[in-house]
Design a protein around this ligand. Structure first.
Ligand code: P1T
Length: 385
C-alpha cells in the first residue's frame, strides 16, 4: 500500500496507507499488538519484530500511514511531540548551531534553551518571516533551521520553499513542525523541508486522548540516527496509543476541512467585534502573510489567535465565561479549546521574549472544534458581551 501510496489522494491515504486486512484473520481494522516480545525461530531469525521498544507492528503501521500522508518515506514515532523534537535535537553534537523561529511552542524553546544549550548546542531565535534575518545569524556551525508554520501562538507564516532552498545551499537541514497545519493543509517535505515533526497529540489523533509524536523524513542517514535514538532512549508510544492515532487519522481530512471552515467564519466574526483589538488568522486578508498562506497552504487551519481590548482582565473574563470553548492547553481535538498563552502554553518563555513577540496579557488562542459553528459563535458572543 505504501509503495502505491504517492498516487492516491490524502483522503484515501488517511484510511488505507500502510494498512491491509490482517492476512491471518481478515480483520479489516489493524490489530493492537500488545506483545512486548516476538518469537524467533532461532537467535536473530525473526519476522521483522523482536522486541516492542525496537519495533512493534501497530506502531509500524502508524509510522507508514503518517509518512505517506506527509509524502515521505520514513516515519519514526515517539511518545510525545516533545520526545520527537528531542530526538531530532539529539542528532546534533556540541558546538552545532540551530536557528529557530522566534515564535515556537514554549516547550520547544524550553528544550532548546534548558536541555540542549547546556549540552553545548547553540541557538539563535529570529523572526523567520524574513529570509535576511535567518541569513544574518547563520554560521559555519549551523546545522538545523527549525520552523513552525503557522507558529504557535502568533500564527506567523514562514516560507518553507525559500528556507528549504537556503538550507539546501548550505548543506544543512530544514525541520518543519507541521502540528498546526497537518499534511491536509501543507506538506513541507514536498516544498523542500528535510524533516517534518508532529505532536500527534493534536490534529493527527484529533480526539484529545493520546500524547504522541512523529518525525517523517526522506533522509536515510537522518532516519537511521532517529531510529537508533528511538530504540536507545526508548521514548516510544504504546501500541494502544498508536491504534488510537491510526483511528483518528481516518477522519483527519474531513475534520481538517470542517475545522478550517468554522475557524474562518469565526475569525471573520471576531474581526468585526468591538471588544476584539486584532484577530490573527492566516485566511484573513489582514494577516501579514496572507499571500504566503494562500500559496503555501491548501486549508487555513483551525487555530485563531486574537488580542482582546482590556488586557488580562478581559482575557480572564472570556476564558472563564465560555461554555463550549473549554479553558485548557492543547489543540486540534474535536472539542473547542481556549487558552491564554502568556500564562499557560508559553509561560516557559521569558517575560521579555513574550513582550518582544507580542504575546501580551490580552492575547487568547482558540482551537476551533467540530461543534456547530453557530453554537460556537453564540458561546463567544455571550463571553464577549
Ligand atoms: O505536547 P507534546 O505532544 O509533547 O507536543 C509538543 C508540541 C510540539 N509542537 C507544537 C507546535 C506544539 O504545539 C506542541 C504542544 N503544544 C501544546 C500543548 C499547546 O497547547 O500549544
Amino acid at each position: 500500500m505504501t509503495t502505491m501510496s504517492r498516487d492516491l489522494h490524502l483522503d484515501t491515504l488517511a484510511i488505507h496507507a500502510g494498512q491491509a486486512p490482517d492476512p491471518q484473520t481478515g480483520a479489516v481494522m489493524q490489530p493492537i499488538h500488545l506483545s512486548s516480545t516476538f518469537a524467533q525461530q532461532g537467535p536473530g531469525v525473526h519476522r521483522g519484530f523482536e522486541y516492542s521498544r525496537t519495533d512493534n507492528p501497530t506502531r509500524h503501521t502508524l509510522e507508514q500511514c503518517v509518512a505517506a500522508l506527509e509524502g515521505g518515506q520514513q516515519g519514526i514515532a515517539f511518545s510525545s511531540g516533545s520526545a520527537a523534537t528531542s530526538a531530532l535535537l539529539g542528532t546534533l553534537a556540541p558546538g552545532d548551531h540551530v536557528v529557530v523561529s522566534d515564535d515556537v511552542y514554549g516547550g520547544t524553546y524550553r528544550l532548546l534553551t534548558k536541555v540542549y544549550a547546556p549540552l553545548g548546542i547553540e541557538v539563535s531565535r529570529v523572526d523567520m518571516t524574513e529570509l535576511r534575518n535567518v541569513e544574518a545569524v547563520m554560521r559555519p556551525s549551523t546545522k538545523l533551521l527549525w520552523v513552525e508554520t503557522p507558529t504557535n501562538p502568533l500564527l506567523k507564516l514562514i516560507d518553507i520553499k525559500t528556507l528549504g532552498w537556503l538550507a539546501g545551499t548550505h548543506g544543512i537541514r530544514l525541520v518543519v513542525d507541521n502540528t498546526f497545519a497537518t499534511p491536509m493543509a501543507q506538506r513541507p517535505l514536498l516544498l523542500g523541508a528535510h524533516a517534518v515533526v508532529h505532536s500527534t497529540t493534536k490534529y493527527l489523533n484529533g480526539h484529545s486522548d493520546v500524547v504522541g509524536g512523529m518525525v517523517v523524513t526522506d533522509d536515510e542517514d537522518l532516519a537511521k540516527r532517529l531510529r537508533f535514538i528511538q530504540n536507545a532512549v526508548g521514548a516510544v508510544p504504546s501500541p494502544f496509543d498508536c491504534y488510537l492515532v491510526l483511528r483518528g487519522l481516518k477522519t483527519l481530512p474531513v475534520r481538517m476541512r470542517q475545522h478550517s471552515q468554522s475557524a474562518h467564519s469565526l475569525a471573520i466574526y471576531l474581526d468585526a467585534h468591538p471588544r476584539v483589538h486584532r484577530v490573527i488568522y492566516p485566511g484573513l486578508p489582514t494577516h501579514p502573510q496572507h499571500a504566503l498562506a494562500a500559496r503555501q497552504m491548501t486549508l487555513f487551519g483551525g487555530m485563531i489567535t486574537c488580542e482582546l481590548n482590556g488586557g488580562l482582565a478581559a482575557a480572564r473574563h472570556v476564558l472563564s465565561s465560555t461554555h463550549l470553548f473549554t479553558c485548557a492547553e492543547s489543540l486540534g481535538g474535536v472539542e473547542s479549546l481556549i487558552e491564554h498563552p502568556a500564562s499557560m502554553t508559553h509561560a516557559s518563555l521569558p517575560a521579555e521574549a513574550r513582550a518582544e513577540l507580542g504575546i501580551t496579557d490580552g492575547l487568547i488562542r482558540l482551537s476551533v472544534g467540530l461543534e456547530a459553528e453557530e453554537d460556537l459563535r453564540a458561546d463567544l458572543q455571550a463571553a464577549l458581551s
